[in-house]
Write a protein that binds this ligand. Structure first.
Ligand code: FPP
Length: 260
């Protein structure tokens, strides 16, 4: 249930170009997903280490989580670490893994307070033991919550996810649990990490890059895309409202015809 008082307070002191009243609270995306990009550039522009950009990115994520809870958006997902990100310098990978663990511990009280349920999408087995254990703790402690799902894609790649779904289907066929003739879109969808959430309706990418970067390729078939030049550490509640306003201004046709 959205608390109107908390919502108004959270979105008070609006800038000139956007305010809470500019979005229709009855037409919010059922699933909002974000490719958080630009932490490194944000740090470089300030003469800071990339790790400080990632640390600033955590603040943006926290603000976005709170904003989505206040608005009553049921599912928020974010791309935290891709299967390709292992190619980064070892030091940066280690710092990110450490940051994930520390952030999760630090933010658990927020999850409890707002009753946010954590989901993790990706091959978690490859994560360092401490990060893995912290994530497992987050999953366990929030399993019963129902205000909002926060899904973090960690060691996630869409092609790897689809290959995994194909393996699961092949296994079920081999075990005689599944008839190959019945393998349809639903059979694939229910074997993806995202099986229990609706597809994203709005995908935001920060830092101006016009790429999907192997993220939720199956699930975003009909998502509206919103790219902002804002770097992720500068993304805030007002940028979120601008994205939602743009989303609500789009005509969604799902392959049909206009106005039908
Ligand atoms: C992309 O910026 C950002 C990342 C690869 C990491 C995002 C992670 C966080 C914001 C921390 C989230 C915390 C948890 C617990 C999940 P980039 O480094 O690619 O930036 P650049 O393109 O400017 O170099």
């Amino acid at each position: 249930m959205v608390d109107g008082g908390k919502l108004r307070e959270f979105f008070s002191e609006a800038p000139d170009d956007i305010a809470l009243d500019d979005v229709d609270l009855a037409r919010l995306p059922a699933h909002l997903s974000i490719i958080m990009d630009g932490n490194g550039r944000w740090a470089a522009r300030r003469g800071l280490d990339r790790s400080q950009g990632h640390a600033a990115g955590v603040d943006s994520l926290r603000e976005t989580i709170t904003a989505c809870v206040r608005l009553g958006i049921p599912v928020l997902s974010a791309y935290a670490f891709s299967t390709e990100n292992w190619k980064r310098p070892e030091r940066e990978v280690n710092l990110l893994m450490d940051l994930f663990a520390r952030t999760l511990v630090a933010e658990l009280p927020l999850f409890h307070q707002e009753r946010v349920r954590l989901e993790l999408w990706g091959d978690l087995g490859a994560l360092p033991a401490k990060t893995h254990a912290t994530f497992m703790r987050g999953l366990e402690e929030t399993a019963g919550y129902d205000t909002m799902v926060l899904a973090l894609a960690v060691n996630y790649g869409s092609r790897a996810e689809l290959a995994r779904a194909a393996r699961l289907i092949a296994r079920d066929v081999a075990l005689g649990r599944l008839d190959p003739k019945t393998v349809d879109e639903a059979a694939v969808a229910e074997r993806l990490y995202t099986a229990d959430v609706p597809d994203p309706e709005l995908l935001i990418r920060t830092s101006g890059e016009l790429r999907l970067s192997n993220y939720l390729l199956w699930q975003i078939a009909y998502a509206e895309l919103y790219v902002t030049d804002t770097l992720w550490p500068d993304f805030d509640r007002w940028e979120l409202l601008r994205a939602i306003r743009a989303f609500q201004g789009r005509e969604r046709r799902f392959g049909g015809v206009a106005g039908a």
